[in-house]
Design a protein around this ligand. Structure first.
Ligand SMILES: Nc1ncnc2c1ncn2[C@@H]1O[C@H](COP(=O)(O)OP(=O)(O)OP(=O)(O)O)[C@@H](O)[C@H]1O
Ligand SMILES: [Mg+2]
Length: 258
C-alpha cells in the first residue's frame, strides 16, 4: 500500500523576477485523481517542472519524507516521481516493448540493458497490460495512434516505479474514445498511486477528476470537488472574464453546477 503523499508549501518559481508559481500550497493523497486546471500561462506546467526538479524553486515539495526542492532531477526520479510532457517523447523506430524496456533500463543501468534477454522483464509485461498495449507489444511506436503513444508514455513512467505521476495535458488531441480509455486508465493507476493531471479539457475533467485545484496567475484560486470549483464565482470569472456571470454562459464553459 502506497502511503506517500505530495505536500507543497509556499512553492514558488520565479523567472527573472516574474513569478510563475506563487506560494502554492497543495496536498495530494494516494487514491486521489487530482486535476490541476487554469487558463494558459497559469503556471501548471511550471509547477510540475518544479516538483520534478526541472526548474529551481523555493518553498517545499514534500514527498516520501523528503523535500524535493533543491534536489537534482535524477534523484527526484529515484524517489518515485515521474511525469509526462505535452508532446510525446517515445522512440518511434522502436517497438512498444522496447520503449518500455529502455525506460525500465534507465533504472537498471546500461550493462544489464546491453545483455540480450529472451523474455521481457515482469515490470514491462505488467505495464503493457495496464496501458492496454499488450497486443501491440511488437508494433513500432511510430505506427501507434496519438492516444496509444500517450499511453505508452504513461507506461514508460510506470516501469520506472513512479508512485507520484504528473501528466501534462494527456488527452490533448485524442479522439472521444481515446479520452474515455485514458480516463479509465488514470482511474486504475490512481487507485494505488498519487496522480496529478494537468488538463484544459473540461468535459474530461468533469468525468474523471475526484478533486480539482484551479491555478490562476501562479496562485491557487480554488480547490475542492468538481462541483465546488464549478460553482465558485472566482473560477467562473477567470474562465469567462469579468461581467459575464450569466448562469447560462458559465454552464456552457464550466458545465452544469456552474
Ligand atoms: N523558462 C521560462 N522562462 C520565463 N518564463 C517562463 C518560463 N517557463 C514559463 N514561463 C512563464 O511562466 C508562466 C507560466 O507558464 P506555464 O507554462 O507554467 O503555464 P501553463 O499553465 O502550463 O499554461 P498552458 O496551459 O498554456 O500550458 C507563463 O507566463 C510563461 O510564459
Ligand atoms: Mg502547460
Amino acid at each position: 500500500m502506497n502511503v506517500d503523499y505530495l505536500e507543497l508549501t509556499d512553492l514558488t518559481v520565479s523567472f527573472d523576477g516574474f513569478v510563475a508559481v506563487d506560494r502554492v500550497n497543495m496536498s495530494v493523497l494516494p487514491g486521489d485523481l487530482r486535476f490541476l486546471i487554469g487558463p494558459n500561462g497559469a503556471g501548471k506546467t511550471t509547477l510540475i517542472d518544479a516538483v520534478s526538479g526541472l526548474v529551481p524553486a523555493t518553498g517545499t515539495a514534500r514527498w516520501a519524507g523528503e523535500n524535493l526542492v533543491g534536489r537534482k532531477v535524477h534523484r527526484i526520479a529515484r524517489l518515485g516521481v515521474g511525469r509526462t510532457f505535452q508532446t510525446a517523447t517515445v522512440f518511434e523506430e522502436l517497438t512498444v516493448a522496447q520503449n518500455l524496456d529502455i525506460a525500465a533500463g534507465a533504472r537498471r543501468g546500461l550493462l544489464t540493458l546491453a545483455r540480450r534477454r529472451t523474455s521481457l522483464p515482469e515490470v514491462v509485461v505488467k505495464a503493457m497490460d495496464t496501458i492496454g498495449l499488450t497486443d501491440l507489444a511488437d508494433a513500432l511506436a511510430g505506427t501507434l495512434s496519438h492516444g496509444q503513444k500517450q499511453w505508452l508514455e504513461i507506461g514508460m513512467v510506470l516501469v520506472q516505479d513512479a508512485r507520484l505521476i504528473m501528466l501534462d495535458e494527456p488527452v490533448a488531441g485524442m479522439s472521444a474514445e481515446e479520452k474515455d480509455e485514458t480516463g479509465r486508465l488514470l482511474q486504475r493507476i490512481a487507485a494505488d498511486l498519487t496522480v496529478v493531471v494537468v488538463e484544459h479539457d473540461m468535459d474530461f475533467m468533469r468525468a474523471f477528476a475526484t478533486s480539482v485545484t484551479v491555478l490562476h496567475a501562479g496562485k491557487v484560486l480554488a480547490e475542492g470537488s468538481v462541483a465546488q470549483v464549478q460553482a465558485d464565482p472566482r473560477v467562473q470569472e477567470v474562465y469567462l472574464g469579468p461581467g459575464e456571470h450569466s448562469k447560462a454562459v458559465a454552464e456552457a464553459v464550466l458545465g452544469e453546477g456552474a
